[in-house]
Unconditional design. Structure first.
Length: 270
C-alpha cells in the first residue's frame, strides 16, 4: 500500500493507534532511566527470548534486559523469514552495527553478533536458534533449544516486533500448553503510535531505532487481527490451530472494522 495515496482522518489515526496498542501486548509499565520497565526486576526470569525481526529497538531492549541482569540467558530465535532482508539492510546501514556481516546470514546470528560485539554480552549466556522461518517455529524450536540445553524454565520474558507481540504470546502458549506452570511475560519494548503531520502519516515516537516503513507497518497491523481470530480463517483452535484462543475485545473489532471500511482496498496483506 502507498500510504501517501490515501487521505487519513483523525478518526483513522485514533483507530490505528488503538489496534496497534492492542497488538503490542505489554505486561509491564513505564520505563526507568535505563530503558527498562519500572517493574522489571533483576533475576525475575529464567530466560529472555528475542524473536528475530527487523525492528532494532526490540533487540536493543533484549540486550538492555540482559545488561540489567533480568535473566541469566538470552535465546535469540530466527532463521530466514519475511523480515530477514529488511534486518540485513538496516544493520548494514546502521552507524555502529554495520561492522557486522549480514550477507546470507540468519537473524539469530546477526543479532547475536550485535549483542556480543556492541553490548558486551558474554557469548556463553547466548543461545541461538537459527532454523525457524515463522512465529510458530520460533516457539517450537525455542523450546527444543532450551530442552536440549537442559535449561529448566518457569518464567520467560518474550520480546517480539510490537505488531506481532500478542500473536507471539499466543503461539508460545500453544507450544507450551502442556506446561501450565510456565509463565510468559511480554515486553514489546515500545508501543507504536502514529500521527498526522499535515496530510502525511508519521510515527509519533522519539529515539526508537530501526522502525518499519510506514507501508509495512500498516500492512502488519491490518493483517494481525484476522490472524488472531478464533474462526475458520484465523490462527486459533477453530482455524489453523497455530495459537491459543485470543480474546479480541468488541471495541478493538469495532475500530478495526472502521479502518477496513475506510481504506481496506489500500492495504496489501503480507
Amino acid at each position: 500500500m502507498d500510504q501517501n495515496a490515501f487521505l487519513f482522518t483523525s478518526q483513522d489515526v485514533a483507530a490505528l493507534n488503538e489496534v496497534a496498542a492492542f497488538l503490542a501486548l505489554d505486561n509491564f509499565g513505564p520505563k526507568r532511566s535505563d530503558g527498562l520497565p519500572e517493574h522489571m526486576a533483576a533475576g525475575s526470569v529464567d530466560c529472555i527470548i528475542l524473536a528475530g525481526n527487523c525492528v532494532l529497538e526490540t533487540a536493543e531492549g533484549a540486550f538492555r534486559a540482559m545488561k540489567g541482569d533480568v535473566g541469566p540467558k538470552l535465546l535469540i530465535t530466527g532463521g530466514v523469514g519475511h523480515a530477514t532482508e529488511v534486518l540485513r539492510r538496516k544493520v548494514a546501514m546502521h552507524a555502529v552495527y554495520r561492522a557486522v556481516v549480514t550477507d546470507a546470514r540468519t537473524e539469530a546470528h546477526i543479532l547475536a553478533d550485535i549483542a556480543e560485539r556492541f553490548w558486551s554480552i558474554d557469548r556463553s549466556s547466548i543461545l541461538i536458534e537459527p532454523e525457524s522461518t515463522n512465529s510458530g517455529e520460533n516457539a517450537l524450536l525455542s523450546r527444543r533449544v532450551l530442552e536440549n540445553a537442559d535449561l529448566p524454565v518457569r518464567t520467560i520474558l518474550l520480546i517480539q516486533d510490537p505488531t506481532m507481540q500478542r500473536r507471539a504470546d499466543a503461539t508460545f502458549r500453544h507450544v507450551w500448553s502442556d506446561r501450565p506452570d510456565l509463565k510468559v511475560l511480554n515486553w514489546p519494548t515500545f508501543t507504536p503510535r502514529v500521527r498526522l503531520a499535515g496530510e502525511e502519516l508519521q510515527f509519533d515516537l522519539n529515539g526508537i531505532a530501526g522502525l518499519w516503513s510506514m507501508d509495512r507497518f500498516l500492512a502488519l497491523v491490518m493483517g494481525e487481527i484476522p490472524r488472531l481470530r478464533n474462526d475458520l480463517h484465523g490462527y486459533g483452535p477453530r482455524g489453523k490451530g497455530f495459537i491459543t484462543h485470543v480474546d479480541i475485545p468488541e471495541h478493538i473489532e469495532a475500530v478495526f472494522a472502521q479502518l477496513k471500511n475506510s481504506f481496506a482496498s489500500h492495504f496489501v496483506r503480507h
